[in-house]
Design a protein around this ligand. Structure first.
Ligand code: ADP
Length: 586
């Protein structure tokens, strides 16, 4: 049903009611006036009949009866008829009685005869062809009904005199109707106006202005409605405030999470995506919100995972790779997203960047494998020679000595591997706690390191020169830095031909102390340089082992230097020599 305005409903109803009331009043009063006039006329007719009764009493047998009646009729203007009890017309003031039919059945005569009282009737006269008011009175002599006297007057004349009055009443009714119409309009406006004001208030609320107050009204129902709206607005305001606070809190929680969180609806539309997830996926959350996940994340593995989560009733998890653009290893957990009513409304996916963790796990795995491999070689050799010695065969003393010599070499090797591993783990531990540092002169540390390598360098006739600036004060753990320099010098001597020169330079550069160990050795080809500082990485495994290398020396150097907040570097040309640098904060 199409709604209509209240005023267009109220006004016609008011007007119709007024019209009905006026019409009823008009009809009623017109009838009352007519009845009053009819009664008045009937009373007049009865009075006239009283006089006629006096005239005709004792004259009923008089042959001039007709003339008497005609004469009386002429004087009053009414019509008179004398009717015998059997209905015969004895005389009539306007008609010849012998021409008139029997009147015994005329209603006024029937009534008067039955009641012995004056009776009246309004009826159309077939004689005169118009409506008349008749009044009949029975005339009795010595207790005997002798005749009915009847007077008649046309009703038309009677009603004509009422027309003017009726016109006046109609005029008054029109005036009253017009006034009632105006009053109704005013009343309807008085009802509608506060309702319109309430509507305006409700529209303001809908637009978000909950501080607006509805207008006051002196109509109780409207005032109650306004009060209810005010209360509703207050409660709504409070609830919205609470909701936004809760939202801000959950937003803050999501934003502060290290894990990426993505919430999607059942159609894979993104509902939420926190900062961490956006970063992992290489986008902004504003860009993703409300869009299809397949549109914003172009990673088939993640798309498939979301589909799997949406289809599964149980939580799912998987490790996958994201390329945005760096390669990231991400552990994803997916669960169903449920409304408070327990209905499934989508899926929640949590992304955990495990790149570092997996890399560490890999390093550890590789390390264990490498260590086992490194330890296996000397142990196999030792086992072999010991079994040979114990095998029961007779050996020459010089062979026994040679075997034992080999066993000793491998034992030393084992020892140096374990020593290196221990020192690596020591440095790691010190790193985890806090390095014990004190101000020391790097120049002195280099001097002492050169001293420690003297035996080996001299045996190869290699000179080590110290070209460090003096002094080079730095907050370092002197013991560890010395070990790092020793490792570098050791390598330089190890990989240089006899008679060559090794030099250590030390200088200051942009807030850093740079120590460079330069040799004129075999050099390293470029492809090995990036991995040189990894544990157990060796360019030439056989040669390194032969020279007693463990493949851990440079790893230890790197560890020590990074623990000090510094960096290591290498430059080398195959066949010409290498230069290893240590940068330490000055
Ligand atoms: P190692 O105990 O085998 O020397 P390091 O970690 O000290 O292990 O060195 C790793 C590898 O780097 C060596 O095996 C060697 O091949 C190469 N290397 C290190 N220092 C030098 C150098 N001064 N000249 C040439 N090669 C070197």
């Amino acid at each position: 049903m199409r709604p209509t305005r209240l005023i267009t409903r109220l006004l016609p109803a008011f007007l119709l009611l007024t019209l009905l009331a006026l019409g009823a009043a008009l009809l009623y009063s017109e009838r009352a006036v007519r009845e009053f006039h009819t009664n008045q006329t009937a009373t007049e007719l009865e009075a006239e009949l009283q006089l006629l009764e006096d005239i005709v009493r004792g004259q009923l047998t008089n042959p001039n009866l007709q003339a008497l009646v005609v004469d009386y009729g002429r004087r009053t203007g009414s019509r008179y008829t004398l009717i015998a009890p059997d209905g015969r017309v004895l005389a009539d003031s306007e008609e010849r009685p012998e021409k008139m039919e029997n009147h015994a059945t005329r209603p006024e005569i029937v009534l008067a005869r039955a009641e012995h009282l004056p009776a009246r009737a309004t009826r159309f006269s077939v004689t005169r062809l118009e409506t008349f008011l008749y009044t009949a009175v029975p005339l009795t002599e010595q207790g005997h009904l002798r005749v009915f006297l009847r007077a008649a007057r046309p009703i038309k004349g009677l009603y004509a005199s009422l027309r003017g009055l009726e016109l006046h009443m109609l005029g008054a009714a029109v005036l009253i109707f017009a006034l009632a119409g105006l009053a109704s309009y005013g009343l309807a406006r008085r009802i509608v106006r506060p309702l319109e004001a309430l509507r305006a208030t409700a529209e303001k609320y809908a637009a978000g202005d909950l501080t607006h107050r509805p207008p006051l009204s002196d109509i109780e129902e409207v005032a109650a409605l306004a009060e209810s709206m005010k209360t509703m607005a207050r409660q709504l305001d409070e609830r919205i405030r609470l909701l936004s606070q809760e939202r801000a809190e959950s937003e803050a929680v999501l934003a502060s999470m290290i894990e990426g969180v993505i919430a999607v609806d059942n159609n894979e539309g993104v509902i939420r995506l926190n900062r961490a997830a956006a970063k992992l996926l290489g986008m902004t959350s504003e860009h993703a919100l409300g869009r299809d996940l397949r549109e914003v994340v172009r990673n088939p593995m993640l798309q498939e995972f979301v589909l799997q989560t949406l289809a599964s009733a149980m939580p799912v998890e998987k490790d996958l790779w994201l390329y945005t653009p760096d390669e990231r290893n991400v552990a994803v957990y997916g669960t169903a997203l449920q409304s408070t009513g327990g209905q499934r409304i989508g899926a929640l996916v949590v992304l955990n960047d495990v790149t570092r963790l997996r890399r560490l796990e890999n390093v550890q795995r590789e390390f264990v494998a490498n260590v086992s491999h490194e330890l296996k070689t000397p142990i196999t050799a030792i086992k072999g020679f010991v079994e040979t010695l114990l095998g029961g065969n007779e050996h020459r003393p010089e062979d026994i000595r040679r075997f034992l010599e080999i066993v000793r070499r491998h034992t030393e090797r084992l020892d140096s591997i374990i020593e290196d591993l221990l020192s690596l783990s020591r440095i790691e531990q010190e790193e985890r706690g806090k390095l014990e540092c004190a101000v020391a002169d790097l120049h002195d540390i280099v001097t002492s390191a050169i001293q420690l390598c003297r035996a080996r360098s001299s045996s190869k006739d290699i000179a080590i020169e110290n070209h460090c600036a003096q002094p080079m004060p730095a907050r370092v753990n002197a013991r560890l830095i010395e070990q790092a320099v020793v490792n570098l010098l050791d390598n330089a001597v190890k990989f240089s031909a006899p008679g060559r020169l090794v030099s250590v330079e030390g200088r200051r550069e942009d807030g850093w102390w740079i120590l460079s160990v330069r040799d004129q050795g075999c050099g390293i080809s470029a492809e090995h340089l990036p991995r040189l500082f990894e544990r157990f990485y060796r360019v030439d495994k056989a040669r390194s082992r032969q020279s007693g290398g463990t493949g851990l020396g440079l790893a230890i150097v790197k560890h020590i230097v990074t623990a000090h907040g510094g960096e290591v570097g290498v430059e080398s040309t195959l066949g010409q020599g290498s230069c290893f640098t240590i940068r330490l904060p000055a």
